[in-house]
Design a protein around this ligand. Structure first.
Ligand SMILES: NC(=O)c1ccc[n+]([C@@H]2O[C@H](COP(=O)([O-])OP(=O)(O)OC[C@H]3O[C@@H](n4cnc5c(N)ncnc54)[C@H](OP(=O)(O)O)[C@@H]3O)[C@@H](O)[C@H]2O)c1
Length: 394
């Protein structure tokens, strides 16, 4: 039977790569819902090709425009808009599988809805776990669905862990440490005194991966790796001190698991997100992802270094927030989203990103997380404070 797939964030980098894999396997997957933020034309083209039951955009005016285009093409896709419509795409589309690939906090509520409803959740939206890891993992458990990590590092670790480890982590499996690799981004060896003049274009030019703008900046600051440490903590249930980060400039080893008996298992491949996407879509089978095979003889070197926390203060902030727990990771995430957006669109200097995040974390006391409201209210407070700090800086 075909998998019935909803793609949240189909117009983004992960969404487009997902559709690329789906396109190659029409016998396996049927698209029932596609959602975008603002890219109406791109979503319209996707609807014409994949004919979903539901299509969602953020704004009413864009929904009107999309509806008009689809009617002209004689498609009867239902067009919806706004945050609640993202939940409809998950619940009312009849999907059994959800690719959660909206960027940032906007992806949290529909990803949680998918978890609660017992769907197979392909989780690219790491922010959902960073903000509300405990709630999200509880929702997955009570919903009874399958959680498959799409972030390449977590997907690699998932592949290197014993079967069922995420559902039933047993001490006898001998898992000692998780080793997350990081490329180090475009400024891995840029002299620190030159970082003050970094432009958005330079920060978004990742040496190995083609990604959306926000995650590209996060990779440059290594906040992305910090968010991934928190993501790994919730996904795999190991204590924070057992999660290590290594800079690996070639991005060929996507992450590793160290075992008690001295074994280290690694997953290698091209830096192409279609591999983890295809893995999640077809799990436990494997399908062609359209990715070039890795040619080991063409790899000159595989290098690994400890990260330099002075060069990458965002990584240190993320470790601190992870240790603090409660609302701290949600605050970290919100402040970072605001600061990165200000860097990309309002001329906030690159080196101010970590300063804004640090000030917000220092000024907002850590609260316990009991409910989604706790998370969302921490998110709102942190965004407001980050905006105030940025305004004062400019
Ligand atoms: N790209 C990668 O290689 C990669 C790797 C690992 C993990 N991830 C994670 O995957 C997620 C997506 O990353 P990406 O690189 O694909 O990002 P992206 O290219 O910026 O795409 C983001 C998607 O989310 C939609 N979106 C943005 N804001 C929205 C909102 N407020 N409401 C509804 N939809 C909204 C965008 O719609 P419009 O474009 O139509 O506005 C787009 O479809 C992120 O959490 C990222 O950390 C990405």
């Amino acid at each position: 039977m075909k998998r019935q797939l909803a793609i949240l964030g189909s117009t983004g980098s992960i969404g487009v790569s997902t559709l690329d894999v789906v396109r190659a396997h029409p016998d396996r997957f049927h698209i029932v819902a596609l959602t975008a933020g603002k890219q109406v034309e791109r979503l319209a083209n996707q609807c014409v090709e994949f004919k979903p039951l539901i299509a969602v955009v953020s704004e009413a005016s864009d929904a009107k425009r999309l509806q008009k285009i689809l009617l002209e093409k004689q498609l009867n896709t239902q067009v919806l808009y706004g945050p609640e419509a993202l939940v409809s795409a998950v619940i009312d589309s009849g999907c059994d599988t959800v690719m959660a690939a909206i960027v940032g906090a906007a992806g949290l509520v529909p990803a949680l809805a998918a978890a609660q409803a017992g769907k197979r959740v392909l989780l690219a939206n790491k922010e959902a776990l960073v903000m509300s890891g405990k709630l999200f993992m509880q929702a997955m458990k009570s919903g009874g669905g399958e959680l498959l990590p799409i972030d390449s590092e977590h997907n690699a670790i998932f592949q290197c862990l014993p079967n069922d480890f995420t559902k039933n982590p047993s001490a006898s499996s001998g898992v000692e440490e998780l080793w997350l690799t990081a490329s180090g981004g475009p400024f891995r060896s840029t002299p620190i005194d030159q970082l003050s003049s970094i432009t958005p274009e330079q920060a978004c030019a990742h040496p190995n991966w083609v990604m959306g703008r926000k995650i590209s900046v996060d990779s440059a600051t290594m906040m992305n790796k910090g968010l991934e440490v928190i993501e790994a903590f919730w996904l795999f249930g190991l204590p924070l001190e057992k999660i290590k980060v290594f800079i690996h400039p070639q991005s060929v080893v996507h992450s590793m698991v160290r075992y008690r008996d001295g074994s280290v298992l690694a997953q290698l491949g091209q830096p192409d997100m279609r591999t983890p996407i295809a893995y999640g879509l077809a799990w436990p089978e494997r399908i062609d992802a359209g990715v070039e095979p890795l040619n080991l003889t063409q790899l000159a070197n595989l290098n690994f270094f400890e990260p330099d926390f002075k060069r990458f203060p965002c990584l240190a902030l993320a470790f601190d927030a992870a240790k603090a727990g409660g609302t701290a990771p949600a605050v970290l995430n919100a402040a970072n989203e605001v600061a990165v957006a200000a860097f990309l669109d309002q001329g906030l200097p690159y080196l101010s990103i970590h300063q804004v995040v640090e000030q917000v974390l220092n000024r907002l006391p850590v609260q316990n997380v009991q409910s989604l409201e706790d998370v969302l209210s921490a998110d709102t407070l942190a965004r407001k404070l980050a905006n105030d700090i940025i305004q004062a800086l400019q």
